[in-house]
Design a protein around this ligand. Structure first.
Ligand code: AMP
Length: 217
């Protein structure tokens, strides 16, 4: 049962790599950004509360985020392993996750840290388009869909995320440095971080990560 976390700043390729890992190892993919975007589209109470933070490039408060993840992790599809993508992003979230897992005699086995030059992040963010229905991720020049604006996988419309602008990216990177970097240090102390050069293509990144994961139970 694999229990994994993917970390890295906005545009590092967390979602793309998560897709590849979950398909290969049949893990539940728990992507907090996707979950919030679904809540926003559904105009749920959580979505309404989260929207103002997300549109400003800020993190959603811990209480809301932790409660959402804990509920998701109690679902049946998590019993064979899961991949947390975009969570934890604060020390408080990391500690809440560790405590919840420890209560079940479990822990996170590996934190995959995607490292990318900030210049590359800007180009990736500006060209990124996502599917409104299945969360597939494209890049207008690097990995374009076959038909412009349409998802190859499900035929739904592709959109640019409201927070994928240069201005919002600057706020998100600052939040990453100040608030999320301590999570990396927390997992480094536990000796479970693997650093991956994620400026390469998705296939090259996958080659590097696959070897590390194959060795886990
Ligand atoms: P992402 O799709 O992972 O880039 O997340 C998009 C946005 O959702 C982030 O910029 C935050 O505003 C919010 N978000 C996602 N995950 C978290 C989290 N673990 N804690 C707080 N806010 C989050």
């Amino acid at each position: 049962m694999k229990r994994l976390v993917i970390m890295g700043p906005a545009g590092a390729g967390k979602g793309t790599l998560a897709d590849m890992i979950k398909n290969e190892f049949r893990l539940a993919h728990i992507a907090t950004g996707n979950m919030f975007r679904t809540e926003i589209a559904e105009k749920s109470d959580l979505g309404v509360a989260a929207k103002e933070y997300i549109d400003g490039g800020k993190l959603v408060p811990d209480e809301l985020t932790i409660a959402m993840v804990m509920k998701r992790m109690s679902k049946d599809d998590c019993v064979n392993g899961y991949l947390l993508d975009g969570f934890p992003r604060t020390l408080k979230q990391a500690e809440a996750l560790s405590a919840a897992l420890a209560a079940k005699g479990e822990d996170i086995q590996m934190a995959i840290n995607l490292c990318v030059d900030p210049e590359v992040l800007g180009k990736r963010i500006e060209g990124r388009r996502i599917c409104t229905s299945c969360d597939a991720i494209y890049h207008m020049t690097n990995t374009p869909p076959q038909e412009e604006g349409i998802c190859d996988r499900c035929g739904s419309r592709l959109v640019q995320r409201s927070d994928d602008t240069r201005e919002q990216l600057a706020v998100r990177l600052k939040e990453y440095e100040e608030v999320t970097k301590p999570v990396l240090a927390y997992y480094q102390k536990l000796g479970i971080v693997i650093d991956i050069d994620a400026s390469a293509t998705p296939d090259e990144v996958w080659q590097e990560v696959e070897g590390h994961l194959a060795g886990l139970e």
